[in-house]
Design a protein around this ligand. Structure first.
Ligand code: TXA
Ligand code: MG
Length: 325
């Protein structure tokens, strides 16, 4: 965890660094020597390491306090990186060309023998890959010269980080560098699509909508809500993304002693999107859950109903898990 002491001379207030060209170059050096860098993506901040470096990958699990059975997504900046460790076919390449860079993660068959990839994939025969649409992530991956494996940069089960400060609040100095690239524009994690079988299966609703994927493939995509006891399916633990206070969802109106997070016309102390825009709501979601936690005091939290279409699928998935007892 001490890589920054070899590379970084100046220390600021903490380990957050503006994503300048110089700091991105330093962060790439940290990745190359096996350190951990938190990087901005369009969805949420990721806690990144070299996917081929098993010790670095192990550190991710340690820092997140994440059980080693939950596999990680690797991030690439160029299509050439794919054949190094995964297999593609016509359908997966077409999806990648259409939706990358962007919030779509593909489950692909693995190839080759790499201890780091093994650990990142929890020994599964598949690997998850995406190309993030964020210039800082792309620059960092290119300069590191390797795919960067990165789960969301938060403690296991807690709310995902959409700012550099959120990363610091959760992981503190256990990360060698946190690159600050501003607030994440999408705000919920990528959609995970398994394309290893005959039919495409959505394993996690996310920043790319089901409607867009089905339109493009011109076929029905199956939905998997995961099995809580089978860790090979993603993000499916029933309690996840959890704020510190109890959360009631689909609340038409607040009850006494509840802090109400509104949506559209249902206004509250906070409102995910006063104009009822699901994109805005997704971008605000995790940050507002944190704010609500901070403001609630002795109260509990309640959230207005969110429409179950487009990005609403991902928002509802996250808040259902956040609300689970
Ligand atoms: O938007 C995102 O996807 C963010 C940013 C940082 O890219 N990353 C993210 O990673 O959300 P994480 O680790 O918090 O969630 C990854 C999910 C997990 O639920 C994991 O179970 C699933 O992906 N996953 C990883 N590899 C898998 C595989 N081979 N098969 C099925 N699910 C997999
Ligand atoms: Mg996560």
């Amino acid at each position: 965890m001490k890589a920054r002491h070899f590379i970084l001379r100046e220390r600021f207030m903490n380990n957050i660094y503006q994503a300048t060209e110089e700091n991105i170059a330093r962060a790439a050096a940290v990745i190359k020597i096996g350190g951990l860098v938190a990087m901005p993506t369009e969805t949420v901040y990721g806690l990144g390491a070299n996917v081929f470096d098993a010790r670095a990958v192990a550190k991710i699990f340690e820092v997140k306090k994440r059980p080693a059975f939950d596999p990680l997504i690797s991030h690439i900046a160029d299509f050439d990186a794919l054949p190094e460790y995964v297999e593609t076919d016509e359908r997966s390449l077409a999806l990648a060309r259409r939706f990358w860079p962007g919030p779509l993660t593909l489950v692909l068959k693995r190839k080759g023998q790499y201890a780091g990839v093994d650990l990142a994939c929890s020994g599964l025969p598949t690997a998850t890959v995406r190309m993030p649409a964020h210039p800082v992530a792309a620059a960092l991956i290119r300069q590191s010269g390797v795919p960067i494996v990165a789960p969301s940069a938060n403690l296991f089960k807690s709310v995902s980080p959409t700012t550099a400060q959120h990363v610091y609040d959760g992981l503190g100095e256990n990360v060698d560098m946190i690159l600050d690239g501003g607030a994440c524009k999408v705000g919920v994690e990528s959609t995970i699509l398994d394309v290893t079988g005959k039919e495409a299966v959505m394993l996690r609703a996310g920043g790319t909508t089901l409607e867009d994927i089905e339109d493009f493939l011109n076929e029905k995509v199956l939905l998997s809500h995961g099995e809580p006891d089978r860790p090979s399916a993603p993000g499916q633990l029933l309690r996840h993304y959890a704020p510190g206070h109890k959360l009631r969802i689909n609340a038409e109106t607040p009850a006494a002693n509840e802090l109400y997070i509104g949506f559209g016309d249902r206004d509250g102390e906070l409102n995910l999107s006063p104009k009822g825009d699901l994109r805005e709501a997704a971008a605000n979601l995790f940050s507002f859950l944190r704010q609500a936690d901070a403001l609630a005091g002795g109260r509990t939290l309640a959230m207005a109903p969110i429409p179950e279409s487009g990005l609403g699928l991902a928002i509802n998935d996250r808040i259902r898990r956040a609300a689970h007892d």
